[in-house]
Design a protein around this ligand. Structure first.
Ligand code: LCS
Length: 396
């Protein structure tokens, strides 16, 4: 099946006995055994799930057919062997990291990762004796130097990064990291599997906050990890033990969202390109960061490793922090909210909102300036989005 067919059908074949067209929600905490022998056979399989998993479920913390349909659907979309679902993107990230890191290990991460991802590395893992070095992974020379110096167990890349839209070269970094047997993990939330497939570029593990483009409607939280079956089995043991599982209804909502992923991503991108061009011309805007613009510092890399440029834009207002606050307080159609990747246009000011927990100096070093604004361009009529931004910018 081609990608646009997979989003609709992958792992959701109508099945016996009722052949429902919409995949069922298995809203159950546990599964009955026909006999002790059946129970023994089921328990003996451990954390390794066969691809065609039927009648082998025990307890929804360890697997559920609705979760499984979603996991295998996203695995198909990413070109990986197997997926694993979690209650949120952060649960997926944390569970994956604690599976492979132990006391004394070193990690390397992109300096401008999502705020809470930064805190997992910098606060939680550090507390357990795991040191993370942050670097601008869009700078290959610096990244290579650091990989050689610390020989990290894990190289964690977010590309495009939240919220600077800096792009890191997944293929080149994977090659560097693999010389030291590091595991390369890529957060692919911003592009979705429609526009970027990190495993095909050499990464070992891909992670999504399914809350964003995969689900797409601002109505559910979830996280997905995709990799080979061996690594997924290891992460599944962590998930089963620590318990950040995705509820079956939430899994179903994400599966439903994915059915329109291709058509939504096309529209997000078309609208974002027009909004980015409008902002680039605006007198109150200093700079616009959108991978689709010629002016983006890694525009050529974006064209090489991504199939499109997505729906996320960030831009710098000339008048800094206060201008950002004024813009936020004057938009009407654009919703002032965190999160991203939804049908609605969402706007936020990282310095006063999502990244306010990062010390100012560190924030500035990572390129998150006081006047930086992030916009997740929705699928509304683009003229309405531009009119709203234009009106609000007049008041800045
Ligand atoms: N990775 C990226 C790139 C994200 O943007 C987020 C959330 C996460 C992981 C975590 O996923 P969650 O646990 O929320 O499902 N980003 C958010 C943001 O920029 N504003 O609010 C949430």
């Amino acid at each position: 099946m081609k990608f646009d067919t997979k989003v609709v059908h992958s792992n959701q074949e109508p099945e016996e006995p009722y052949f429902p067209v919409s995949h069922p929600i298995f809203q159950t905490s546990n599964f009955a055994f026909k006999s002790v022998e059946h129970a023994q056979k089921t328990f003996s399989k451990g954390p390794h799930f066969p691809r065609d998993m039927k009648g082998e479920y025990v307890y929804t913390r360890g697997g559920n057919p609705t979760q499984r349909a979603l996991e295998m659907c996203v695995a198909d979309l990413e070109g990986g062997e197997e997926g694993l679902s979690f209650s949120s993107g952060m649960a997926a990230i944390t569970s994956t990291l604690i599976t492979f890191l132990k006391k004394g290990d070193k990690a390397l991460a992109t300096d401008t990762v999502y705020g809470e991802t930064f805190l997992v590395f910098d606060k939680i893992l550090r507390k357990f004796g795991i040191e993370t070095s942050f670097v601008d992974t869009s700078n290959l020379e610096e990244t290579q130097k650091l990989i050689e110096a610390i020989k990290p167990k894990i190289v964690y890349i977010e590309t495009p990064a939240n919220p600077t839209l800096k792009i890191s070269d997944i293929k080149a970094i994977s090659e560097m990291a693999h010389q030291f047997d590091s595991l390369v993990i890529v957060d692919n939330t911003f592009m979705s599997p429609y526009f970027q497939n990190p495993l095909k570029l050499g990464a070992d593990i891909v992670i999504h906050s399914a809350t964003k483009y995969l689900a797409g409607h601002s109505d559910v939280l979830g996280g997905i990890v995709v990799s080979n079956s061996e690594l997924i089995s290891e992460i599944r043991e962590t998930l089963f033990t620590t318990g950040a599982v995705l509820d079956p209804f939430a899994a179903w909502l994400i599966l439903r969202g994915i059915k329109t992923l291709s058509v939504r991503m096309e529209r997000h991108q078309k609208n974002a390109m027009k909004v980015a061009k409008f902002l680039e011309e605006h007198e109150k805007v200093d700079r616009v960061f959108y991978p689709g613009l010629d002016s983006h510092p890694q525009h050529n890399l974006a064209k090489k490793q991504m199939k499109g440029f997505g729906g996320m834009i960030s831009f710098e207002l000339k008048d800094g922090y206060d201008a950002g606050v004024k813009l936020m307080n004057n938009v009407k159609l654009c919703t002032l909210a965190v999160s991203l990747g939804a049908v609605e246009t969402l706007i936020e000011h990282p310095a006063s909102m999502t990244h306010s927990m990062i010390p100012r100096e560190e924030r500035l070093k990572a390129g998150i300036t006081d006047g930086l604004v992030r916009i997740s361009v929705g699928i509304e009529d683009v003229e309405d989005i531009i009119e709203d931004l234009s009106n609000a910018l007049e008041k800045v």
